[in-house]
Design a protein around this ligand. Structure first.
Ligand code: PGA
Length: 221
């Protein structure tokens, strides 16, 4: 199973140096991808790396931006696009997410395209609208779709099995990309994700910050 560790904006330099040492000692058959705070990416140069974001611009005079070319040159393999925290906290519209998808493709980075509905919205309706717009005319072969209902992120709760089965069947039939799930995945909720059709991996936020928690999580798989 693919296990994507999204540190978000957590951990100090000293904490991440310690984390890295323990991370290197993890012994697992699962496919771990670490996505640290951007400035810590070079610390993880010798493991499979993902970036939490990418600039919508190519390399150039864009103060504060981190380009796809820069990420690629650090050995980054994956990149999140359209994560709900970027939408909510930075007001990033779908148009910007699409630019980022294009930059990821140009830089030969594999997008982890996050999509999910707000509480009360119809999941299939939102996913159809957002994915049709984001993927139109792009012809990206190598991409993961991560279903991340906004209300599940950081809440400790994941959607019902019935809902997940509906969404995953729908996504596979209509988009045919490998599928991930993110939103309150931990050792306490992983049981509820077993037997979801087409689920190839998960995204851990809070549960990715301590190596002990990752070990506990892996034991439950
Ligand atoms: P969480 O974050 O595991 O802390 O809910 C997941 C995510 O942002 O995808």
């Amino acid at each position: 199973m693919k296990i994507i560790l999204n540190h978000k904006s957590n951990l100090t330099y000293q904490e991440i140096v310690n984390y890295y040492k323990e991370y290197k000692e993890l012994d697992t058959k699962h496919d771990l991808i670490v996505c640290p705070t951007m400035c810590y990416l070079p610390i993880f140069k010798d493991v499979v790396l993902g970036s939490q974001d990418i600039s919508p611009y190519k390399m150039g005079s864009y103060t504060g931006e981190v380009s796809g070319e820069a990420l690629k040159s650090l050995g980054v393999k994956y990149v999140f696009i359209n994560h709900s925290e970027r939408k909510h906290l930075n007001n990033e519209p779908l148009e910007l997410a699409k630019e980022k998808l294009i930059r990821a493709k140009e830089a030969d980075l594999i997008p982890i395209l996050c999509v999910g509905e707000e509480d009360g919205e119809d999941a299939v309706e939102v996913l159809t609208h957002d994915l049709n717009y984001l993927l139109k005319d792009l012809n990206i072969d190598n991409l993961y779709i991560s279903y991340e209902p906004c209300y599940a992120i950081g809440s400790g709760n994941i959607p019902s099995k019935e809902k997940l089965v509906t969404v995953f069947n729908y996504l596979k039939e209509n988009y045919n990309y490998p599928l991930l799930y993110g939103g309150s995945v931990s050792k306490d909720t992983i049981e509820q994700l077993k037997d979801i059709p087409y689920l190839e991996g998960v995204l851990l936020g809070k549960a990715s910050l301590r190596i002990e928690d990752i070990k506990e999580f892996i034991k439950k798989l």
